[in-house]
Design a protein around this ligand. Structure first.
Ligand SMILES: *Cc1c(COP(=O)(O)O)cnc(C)c1O
Length: 437
């Protein structure tokens, strides 16, 4: 039969679009696929309408695709860093789908502040005088420098002039903030006298930057936050600390944000979606007069947090009001703090779900997981993985599935690291391994 005649049986776009749950992009994709199959002679007739409709409805939306992170890197920058806690994700969905009291005071019926609840929560959790949140930590640092240091000098250790990734380089951010960089010390060593000698009438602030994604081994010297804070106070200057990933709980590698505040840093900036385990955001904590300057700076309006991130951040911070709960509910924390024994048990549970013939080719091996996201460089998190000896094609096959599974290859073994795998995904992974092995 003439292919063009067969094509006439294809349902029209209009008809499909009148059905519930049909997206235009999905309908177009399915229709063009069927058209191509007919023209290629792969099928001799248009499938029944009900079948086409089912296909259209089940075609996943374009945009961000959910993936399973089996890399063992908890804050994987390429995979979206921190997954939100369920409660935070619910808060986002509610804020997204309806109206909210974003800038409305329900008690007085007047205009309110979008930040008041967030401020109260951050102050209670960190003992900082005041707090502000913007779109990400890069924005937080840029805003603090612009509002507090423009036109004057910022004193920074040479060893802290880091590049975080993308185009975030400390010297360039200082220049973008309209300030001048005054470097002190050497790459590997700086002492308090270096800072003291660099202070002049031109100085606006001392800046400390967490070196996040790199570490110098061997002979190194740096100045503690407490010492820098004392110097800053004596000279009437603010100490600004770009902490990178700040944590509110003890994860065994880094001081907590509360401790940095207590040690006297006047402004502390950190990311919402690194160790905090919340949405992309930049949090600025510190002295009320300095935070007020940040809030009043014109850049604040350009960098401010949107309502979805605000909803997620408030919900995440609410979980921290009970620290034990935070350890369980915040995915980043539960992944980072899981014990090797718990992870080994997860590995056994996953292996038990895999088909017997696939099981024969898999083994459980010890691995080393990472925090990622430029946090805790060099810190190793003992972990376990399901391992396969011949990794080559499987890595790609797992990655190109309907729900992609992202594995890593190490020493000729394909590893599915259990530290970052959610048990809710075990069935999906077991099915994939059963089909592929
Ligand atoms: C990650 C990081 C940043 C950038 O934070 P984003 O939230 O990714 O914008 C800035 N400074 C330091 C020290 C960092 O580690």
């Amino acid at each position: 039969m003439d292919k063009n005649l067969i094509l006439r049986d294809l349902p029209g776009m209009d008809r499909l679009l009148q059905e519930d749950g049909v997206r235009k992009a999905a309908a177009e994709a399915v229709l063009s696929e069927i058209r191509a199959e007919i023209l290629a002679g792969e099928i001799a007739a248009v499938p029944p309408y009900a079948e086409i409709l089912k296909l259209v409805r089940s075609t996943a939306p374009t945009g961000l695709k959910r993936v399973i992170n089996a890399t063992g890197v908890v804050l994987h920058t390429n995979l979206g860093r921190a997954p939100l806690a369920a409660r935070a994700a619910d808060a986002v969905a509610r804020a997204a789908a309806g109206y909210s009291d974003l800038e409305f005071d329900l008690k007085t019926g007047e205009r309110g502040s979008r930040l008041s609840e967030l401020r109260a929560k951050l102050r209670a959790l960190t003992n900082a005088e005041d707090a502000l949140a913007v779109n990400n930590n890069a924005a937080a640092v840029l805003l603090a420098l612009s509002a507090l240091c423009a036109g004057r000098e910022v004193v920074v250790s040479r060893g802290e002039l880091v590049e975080i990734g993308g185009s975030f380089r400390v010297p360039e951010v200082i220049a973008q903030g309209g300030a001048r960089l005054r470097e002190v010390g050497a790459t590997n060593a700086v002492n308090i006298a270096d800072y003291a000698n660099a202070i002049s009438d031109e100085t606006a602030a001392l800046l400390k930057v967490h070196t996040s994604n790199y570490r110098i081994l061997g002979y190194t010297k740096e100045v503690s936050v407490a010492e820098l804070a004392e110097l800053a106070k004596n000279r009437g200057l603010p100490l600004i600390y770009d902490l990178g990933g700040g944590s509110l709980v003890d994860i065994g590698f880094e001081p907590k944000v509360q401790e940095i505040v207590a040690q006297g840093a006047d402004i502390v900036c950190f990311s919402g979606d690194k160790l905090l385990g919340g949405p992309q955001a930049g949090i600025i904590l510190g002295r009320a007069d300095l935070i007020e300057k940040c809030r009043k700076h014109p850049l604040y309006r350009a960098l401010r947090l949107d309502k979805l991130s605000l909803a997620a951040l408030c919900a995440t911070l609410e979980i921290y009001e009970n620290l034990e709960q935070a350890g369980r509910e915040i995915p980043v924390l539960s992944m980072l703090t899981a014990s090797p024994a718990e992870i080994l048990q997860k590995a056994r549970d996953l292996l038990a779900l895999v088909s017997p013939q696939a099981q024969k080719r898999l083994e459980i091996v010890e691995t080393s997981a990472q925090a990622g996201g430029g946090s805790l460089p060099g810190a190793e998190f003992p972990s376990y993985a399901l391992a396969l000896r011949e990794p080559a094609q499987l890595k790609q096959a797992l990655r190109t599935r309907e729900i992609p599974i992202i594995a890593r290859v190490h020493r000729d073994m394909l590893l599915l690291d259990l530290r970052t795998i959610d048990p809710d995904d075990f069935t999906e992974i077991a099915t994939a391994l059963g089909e592929l092995l």
